[in-house]
Design a protein around this ligand. Structure first.
Ligand code: ADE
Ligand code: ZN
Ligand code: ZN
Length: 257
């Protein structure tokens, strides 16, 4: 019985830790960076809604509920697939929802005077996660290969796919905790900061789509990726985490500040 319990936990743990978006580390980094850019007023409102939990802590909630049947309808909110020759607005919207519709709903609930505290807390946790996902370029990839999930590659001689390389493999290979990653983000000039916060989540989607277009061009299925890929892409990954955190704070300052 004991062995069976351990086996169940191992299977559960493996399933969740390998298949998740940005992985826990990426999401927590985005949440921790956002904390640094919140206004006093937004911080107070968030503390009240989350009963003191940090944005880093709640950033993985949307993944934690993924396997629960009750929350199945939120599954398609983690990504958005639009053909590269279309823009988000010129392409028919997915009826099941997508990352942009998901973020729209979270903002609407948070802004509404009609929403209960429980509802606001729930959608705030989702929003923290989805702004993270929006900055993982493969979450804005093509439908054909499920945002790179079916784009098989090798990572340091281990079989995986391009989506997982960006969700977790590069971050794990870097070998830092989320707090270390948060602390080593580059200093930004005023102009760089302004450029990051410009626009809305629809513009931020276009940034991610421009990135993912390049990523698809650079590799073919079966490629063996390792040090060179880290060297070429880890700064971009860091920039995505940093921009995600700063933009999340900007959005929360606007909605709750
Ligand atoms: N995760 C699961 N399905 C996906 C898709 N179609 N695009 C991006 N990420 C995904
Ligand atoms: Zn993912
Ligand atoms: Zn997600």
């Amino acid at each position: 019985m004991r062995f069976f319990t351990i086996l169940c936990f191992t299977v559960l743990f493996c399933n969740t830790s390998f298949a998740l978006d940005w992985g826990k580390k990426g999401h927590r980094t985005t949440g921790a960076i956002a904390e640094q850019y919140l206004t006093k007023k937004a911080k107070k409102a968030i503390n009240k809604l989350l009963d003191g939990q940090s944005l880093a802590l709640v950033s993985t909630f949307a993944d934690d509920i993924k396997s629960d049947k009750l929350y199945r309808s939120y599954g398609p909110w983690h990504y958005v697939n639009v053909p590269f020759d279309k823009t988000y607005d010129s392409h028919p919207k997915s009826e099941k929802g997508d990352l942009i519709q998901g973020i729209d709903t979270c903002i609407k609930v948070l802004k509404s005077k009609e929403s209960s505290k429980e509802n606001k807390a729930f959608y705030l946790k989702l929003l923290v996660h989805f702004i993270g996902d929006l900055h993982q370029p493969l979450h804005t990839g093509l439908a054909d290969d499920k945002g790179g999930n079916d784009f098989q590659v090798q990572w340091f001689n281990e079989g995986t796919n391009l989506h997982s390389v960006w969700d977790t493999k590069m971050i794990e290979s870097y070998g830092m905790s989320y707090t270390e990653l948060t602390n080593e983000m580059p200093e930004l000039s005023k102009a760089q900061y302004k450029a990051i916060i410009a626009g809305t989540h629809r513009d931020w989607l276009e940034d991610s789509r421009n990135l993912v277009k390049e990523l698809y061009k650079q590799n073919k299925k079966g490629d063996k990726l390792s040090y060179r890929y880290m060297y070429d892409h880890f700064d971009t990954l860091k920039k995505q985490l940093q921009s995600g955190g700063i933009r999340l704070a900007t959005l929360l300052n606007d909605v709750l500040g």
